[in-house]
Design a protein around this ligand. Structure first.
Ligand code: TYC
Length: 109
């Protein structure tokens, strides 16, 4: 809020914090990172991925993994573009190294 006050010469001046003026910033678009089910990737590997890359608790990781296993797809988290892109790349890299067919994608929220 910007307050207007007159000083002793009658000149208006700004006082207080300018919390109502708009800074030149925009909210970044957000992206969902999705894990896809397949028949071959071990359940423990998916849980490890969710703990290590998506910082889930072991309990949340197991819940998300089972959701993907039963529904075909599930959400690992919502991130800004570059963070989402990095996490997808980390999952795909880990899966490739371990020779699992696990797939991870991102979509705009
Ligand atoms: N369906 C896999 C199995 O039965 C487990 C699995 C879960 C694979 C989630 C991928 O994103 C996935 N071993």
């Amino acid at each position: 809020m910007t307050e207007r006050k007159q000083d002793d010469t009658g000149v208006e001046e700004e006082t207080g914090l300018a919390t109502k003026t708009r800074p030149a910033t925009k909210k970044p678009s957000l992206y969902r990172v999705l894990l896809l089910n397949d028949d071959y990737t071990p359940m423990e590997f998916v849980v490890e991925i969710l703990v290590r890359i998506f910082r889930k608790s072991p309990e949340d990781a197991a819940r998300i993994m089972l959701h993907v296993h039963q529904n075909g797809v599930g959400m690992c988290g919502v991130y800004t573009y570059e963070v989402a892109e990095t996490k997808v790349a980390q999952v795909m890299d880990a899966a490739r190294r371990a020779q699992h067919p696990l797939q991870c994608t991102m979509e705009k929220e």
